[in-house]
Every structure is written in C-alpha cells, then in structure tokens.
Write a new protein. Structure first.
Lengths: 126, 111, 93
C-alpha cells in the first residue's frame, strides 16, 4: 500500500511551455502535477510561452477529439497546489490577462520564474 | 472487449470492469457493478458514489484516495472524511471501488 | 546552479529560446542532439555568448561540425554525468 509509505517531501515545479491539444504534453504535465501532489510533494505550476494557452477559459477540447484535461485544472486547490505562476510577458504577447484564465493564478515577471526554477528541488518541462 | 448486458444492451467495460462510457451509467447499473464487487448499496454508499461522480463530471478526473478523503470531509463532515469510514463502505479500496460503481474510469495509481 | 539540457534545434522548437529567457545567467547549458545545430546560427551564438555552454561531443562529430565548434567545450557522456552532479539539478527543456 503506497499510501502508508513515508515519502520525502520535495519541491517540484512543473513548467508548461507548449500549447494545449496539439500534443499530449499539457495533459501529461497536469497528470504528473496531481499525482505528485497526491503523494504530498510541494508542487508549483509555471506557465510560459505557448503554455499560457492551457489556462484560457471556455475551452471545449472534446470538439476536436481531445480529452478535456482543462477542467481538471479546477481541482488543483483540492490537491493543495497553491502556487500557479504565469509569465506576464507571455500573457501580454497573446493579449491575455488574468480574467481570461480558467483558474486563479499569479502573474509574475520572468525573473520571478527564474527564481522559482532555482529554489525548487526538481523542474519538469512539458 | 469486456461487457455485460443491461436491458438487452451491451455495456462495455475495461478488463477490470470499469465502464468505457461514463454516460452509460445509471443507478441500476451501479447496483449491477456493486453486486459484482459484493457490496450491498446503502444510503451511505450512495452519498459517496454521487460525490465521486459529481467530482468527475466537474473536473473530468477521478479523485485519488487522499483527495477523496479530504473532499468528502469538507463536504460531508469529518466523521465521513477519513479512510477508515470509506474502507468500511468499499473494503477493497474506496477510490478504486467507488469510482467503478459510479461508472468512472479507474483513477491513476490509486488503491 | 542548474544545468539546462536542450536536445532540439532552435529552428525546430522553442526550447532554447524559452530556456534562455527563464534561466539564471550563472547556470550552464548543455546542447545535445539537434540542439548543437543552433550554434551554427549567429543570432543564437550571440544570445549564448555570455553563458557557459557545452556540447555533447558525439552529436557534434556525428554531424561533421567539430571544426565549426572548436571554440566550445565538447564533452563526453562521462563528463555529462559529472556535470549533472556538480549542478543542483538538470532541467531538460
């Protein structure tokens, strides 16, 4: 029973840099985030570049035969994933602001993302 | 492909008995799946079954056990939000069994 | 200090651009596979000019680029492993 094992708490950052639905990366990234969080790792999510498009609200991926993992972002608070950083430059580039996003997130500068990448134990890029 | 018959219709499942189509589920089908799992459904079971099904329909994912325990605690009270209570209802693993009876896919890496 | 690993060329994927944008300038970059091709392009040589860059030797030689990259450190797999241990972590973009 895996549940009872003691697992060392690690800080894991999961970085989304690709657009959703064109590849499985976004869904895999979120699966890994939830799995890590359910084993009580301290998970933070970072959205940069095309990756910010994962968070656009009102998506209907099923129309193009893709799985609707976007709805699953809503479960992050239940998994105690509280750190969600979105690059302000990437948002600006796409003409988006926080009100266009499907979940609450912190809009941060690239240098703050650099800081986050340095202070966590592991970074996984999707 | 595994399947069972319900009112003359074939209901497809995966090899472990989880429904292939979430939308094919209804409470009678839940009773059939529960019988296969040797569970007699009580109101306490239904509360959890509806909870996991609502969770899935909102978030499009089946909750892992820790999350199930926590979210049930928040919604139905601390006396129900613990794994001991859930194991008395679903002896071979609450997340695994409740999602199966609720017509949902098997949660990833869970018991 | 992190070691950033890039396996794709800058023309093929945004990995290198993304890495440069968000990395700490004290970090190191390892280019392997088609990632080594980016250094053939002057714009990427310039953007990497102030950063410690290493190339995986086999990938450079396999592509016939040893002479072009004679000014860069070419490392073998053993050195890659050593480098990954002297950095806090490896980030694969």
């Amino acid at each position: 029973m895996i549940v009872d094992e003691q697992i060392k708490m690690k800080k894991v950052a999961i970085l989304f840099r690709r657009a959703p639905h064109g590849s499985p990366h976004g869904r895999e990234a979120l699966d890994l985030a939830l799995l890590s969080a359910s084993f009580e790792q301290e998970v933070s999510l970072i959205f940069v570049d095309d990756g910010v498009l994962n968070l656009v609200k009102d998506q209907q991926p099923e129309l193009i035969g893709a799985k609707d993992y976007i709805a699953t972002f809503g479960a992050l608070p239940l998994y105690d994933v509280e750190t969600v950083l979105v690059c302000e430059e990437s948002l600006l580039e796409y003409g988006l602001d926080l009100t266009d996003l499907t979940i609450e997130a912190d809009m941060v500068s690239p240098s703050l993302i650099t800081e986050q990448l340095s202070k966590v134990d592991e970074v996984l890029v999707f | 492909m595994n399947s069972f018959e319900y009112k003359g219709e074939q209901i497809e499942t995966d090899h472990q008995g989880y429904l292939k189509q979430v939308s094919q589920w209804n409470e009678e089908i839940a009773e059939l799946i529960a019988a296969q799992e040797q569970i007699t459904l009580t109101p306490a079971h239904w509360e959890v079954i509806h909870f996991v099904r609502d969770f899935y329909l909102e978030y499009k994912t089946s909750p892992a056990i820790r999350i199930l325990v926590k979210a049930i605690g928040q919604k139905l009270g601390a006396d129900k939000g613990n794994s001991k209570y859930l194991y008395t209802l679903f002896p071979t693993g609450p997340a695994k069994q409740a999602t199966k009876v609720a017509g949902l896919p098997k949660p990833a890496k869970c018991i | 200090m992190n070691l950033h690993h890039i396996q794709t060329s800058a023309k093929q994927d945004n990995a290198l651009a993304c890495c440069i944008k968000y990395m700490d300038k004290q970090d190191s970059v390892l280019l392997s596979g088609n990632g080594v091709n980016s250094l053939l392009l002057s714009q990427w040589r310039e953007r990497l000019a102030d950063i410690r860059v290493m190339l995986l030797k086999d990938d450079v030689e396999a592509r016939g680029l040893s002479k072009r990259f004679k000014d860069y450190p070419l490392i073998d797999y053993d050195t890659f492993v050593k480098e990954s241990l002297t950095h806090d972590k490896v980030i694969t973009w």
